[in-house]
Ligand binder design. Structure first.
Ligand code: NAD
Length: 241
């Protein structure tokens, strides 16, 4: 059977699909990923992105951290694409249980998905490290240099998991719960290079692991079905009844 036809059949047969995705899910919305040729790792900055987006760098050089964060991480004009929308439809139709994402852009929620596990946090939540007051992304965008809390003057930190920081345990446990119970696991738009998130696939126990990606990944050999292509174009061909 053709890979796309196989995917359609598995989706049709299941009421327990889980989706696990990464930055590639949002490239069709105009947000660059990290590792593609036109991704952020191939652009020139004074420091490599993984250095700027580390906890140490955030603590030591907030103005430069926020320059990059405002410029490259907050994309408020971006709209959900066909992939985000199809996943939301599948959830509404009672077929998909959860979206587990490494993305921090909030586009799954914007498309209408309800059960979204954000492994790496969200640019839409920023908090004062002193008093806990929350700020939207817009507050950071409009601030100059280092944004400060307008309630107490404390430092603001994005609720985004930086390099050297751990993932939220409760979110990880919930992700493991969904993946280990799924009968179809669709993994898409991720290089599967960032741990511990990439290791979540190890918890899948079924035999319908679908990998949809533009390029090869280290886990291709584990897929029961591999579709090479753009995830929005692939998912938009699935019919939801
Ligand atoms: P990554 O950049 O390492 O890999 C993206 C993968 O998606 C690549 O393999 C690429 O070939 C593929 N891809 C790109 N466009 C695609 C498309 N339209 N269809 C199918 N595949 C496509 O991203 P990652 O694996 O998510 O991990 C890196 C980290 O990047 C994550 O921690 C995430 O927090 C962060 N990030 C998030 C955003 C966002 O929120 N939109 C953007 C950039 C980076």
């Amino acid at each position: 059977m053709e890979p796309l036809e196989q995917l359609k059949k598995w989706v049709q047969e299941s009421t327990n699909i889980v989706f696990f995705g990464g930055a590639g899910v949002s490239t069709e919305s105009g947000i660059p990923d990290f590792r593609s040729v036109d991704g952020l790792y191939h652009q020139q900055y004074d420091y490599p992105p993984e250095t700027i987006l580390s906890h140490t760098f955030y603590v030591k050089n907030k103005p430069e951290f926020y320059r990059f964060y405002r410029d490259k991480m907050i994309c408020l004009g971006a709209k959900p694409n066909a992939a985000h929308k199809k996943l939301a439809q599948l959830e509404q139709a009672g077929k998909l249980k959860a979206v587990i994402t490494q993305n921090i852009d909030g586009l799954h929620q914007a498309a209408g998905s309800k059960e979204v596990l954000e492994l790496h946090g969200s640019v839409h939540r920023n908090y004062c490290r002193k008093c806990g007051h929350m700020f939207p992304a817009d507050y950071i965008l409009k601030s100059k240099d280092t944004p400060l809390c307008d309630e107490c003057g404390g430092d603001i930190k994005p609720d985004v998991v930086l390099y050297e920081e751990g993932l939220d345990t409760a979110t990880m446990q919930k992700a493991i719960f969904y993946i280990s119970g799924a009968d179809v696991l669709i993994v898409g738009g991720t290089s599967l290079a960032v741990y511990p998130a990439a290791g979540l696939i190890d918890y899948y126990r079924g035999n319908r692991l679908v990998l949809i990606n533009k390029t090869a990944t280290p886990m291709d050999s584990r897929a029961d079905l591999k579709i090479e292509g753009k995830i929005g174009e692939v998912l938009s061909q699935i019919e939801v009844s």
